[in-house]
Design a binder for this molecule. Sequence first.
Ligand SMILES: Cc1cc2nc3c(=O)[nH]c(=O)nc-3n(C[C@H](O)[C@H](O)[C@H](O)COP(=O)(O)O)c2cc1C
Length: 203
Amino acid sequence: MKALIVYYSMYGHIHRMAEAVAEGVKSVPGATAEMRRVPETLQLEVLQDMGAVEAQKKFAHVPVCTVDELSTADAIIFGTPTRFGNMCGQMRQFLDATGGLWMNGALVGKVGSVFTSSATQHGGQESTILSFHITLLHQGMIIVGLPYAFQGQMRIDEITGGSPYGASTIAGGQGERMPSLNELEAARYQGKHVATIASKLVR
Ligand SMILES: Cc1cc2nc3c(=O)[nH]c(=O)nc-3n(C[C@H](O)[C@H](O)[C@H](O)COP(=O)(O)O)c2cc1C
């Protein structure tokens, strides 16, 4: 069972969550996880203005995803920071290049799952994941979320991301907060859950 973790990260929060998702996938016997970034679409000057250039160097070693390699995976777990309550433009542009895969039904029956990050606690995590699911359904994918069997999403003793729709983290207005232990645990759980289901489908 091969899982691709396909993500965009501007300041590293989604990258950190993607690492935890990969750990969760790999904890399932026979499952492999490969991390991929979607191509950057913003100009260097814009990235500099946004203070993203230094941050992005930390994960520049992660290979950039090609559209065609999506069809080589049994499961694809997508990670995107929220942009006005939706997926980021880089991810949208990447997905908009998958029309050929759609024509051939190349992703039909594969498992799809989404995790996210936002600056604020109620800044659109659920809308980002749920609206992302629409594209996955058009591609014929089988959507997997983060069940309440992950009890960490019941917590109210600390601020935390995570919903039945998928793992998430709250980055803070200045990006000053990195994923908490609970949020990373949610990401691991989601990776393991996706890999467990996809392994059964492969068999
Ligand atoms: C153009 C733009 C729009 C954003 N929209 C939202 C938003 O609607 N709600 C929110 O809480 N955060 C919003 N953010 C903050 C990002 O979601 C946050 O920087 C990101 O989750 C951090 O993850 P990353 O380090 O992996 O990029 C926005 C950021 C940018 C640049």
